[in-house]
Design a protein around this ligand. Sequence first.
Ligand code: A3P
Length: 289
Amino acid sequence: MARLDVTETFHGIMFPGHLHTQDSLQLALKFPFQDTDIVIVSYPKSGTTWMQEIVSLISSRGDPQVSQTVPNWTRAPWLEHHYFAAVLEASPTTPRVITSHLPHHLLGPTLQGTKAKVIYVSRNPKDVTVSFYHFHKIANFLPEVGSFPEFLNQFLEGTLHYGSWFDHIKGWTSQTATMNNLLHITYEEMSLDLHGVIKRVSSYLHSPLLEDEINNCVKHCSFDSMKDNKMANYTLVTADIMDHSKGSFMRKGKIGDWENMFTEELNQYFKSIFQSKMEDCALEFVWED
Ligand code: A3P
């Protein structure tokens, strides 16, 4: 299958041009958020789709009817995609749920002054790299990948599509102290305590749930349920965009898969760059289950 990897460079960051245009990226920065909006923000492969499912299920109080009949990109459309406006208009969700991979230095000013509720999702960067590497193989709108060490190097240099993970996480999490409409949830928290995360997110969204409703959410956003749900596993996307013969979007869903790809040497290399780039950031990461 031919690659669709036209690159669109916007404010120095590369984006897949098949999904984003200069116009759609420009429009994203001018989007008039409403105070009732819920905005899921993440660096790719951090658990975005999982959070979309959690928010959908919280909105329906654990009833899977909507999340099993409406694709996730319609339930929680991507702000920077060229078809965003059309999908948002047709979107049945109230309040609106909007998803974005934009870094804080681009999207933060747009959100300023609104009470839109932002949920920032992060994941330990070794697992992000491994997940992103495998995703490049199935996502034809991203460039062809070489070896994993080459890919890791690009990740650490911040030259992959969607920009630097370091800038993304530091930009958004540095706002948690000052923005009271920003909730930071990690992939590892979702993995280790999904029930607790659903409770926190639902109370942040002013939609507290009953115990049974939380349990229903947990059931329907488990890895196995989502892997089987066509509305969440991206199998509805045509093969020219995602080649499912090369792998699954819902791949492993684990903490610590990096251990299968990182040699001792790569791990040491990662650590040295990570330490220097994260010197000014006190976040703690969970690296294994
Ligand atoms: P892996 O490639 O490690 O399996 P995003 O939605 O940000 O692109 O992230 C995709 C990653 O989240 C993939 O990781 C995918 O399997 C994982 N994921 C999605 N839903 C999940 C769930 N319910 N439980 C665990 N992991 C999930």
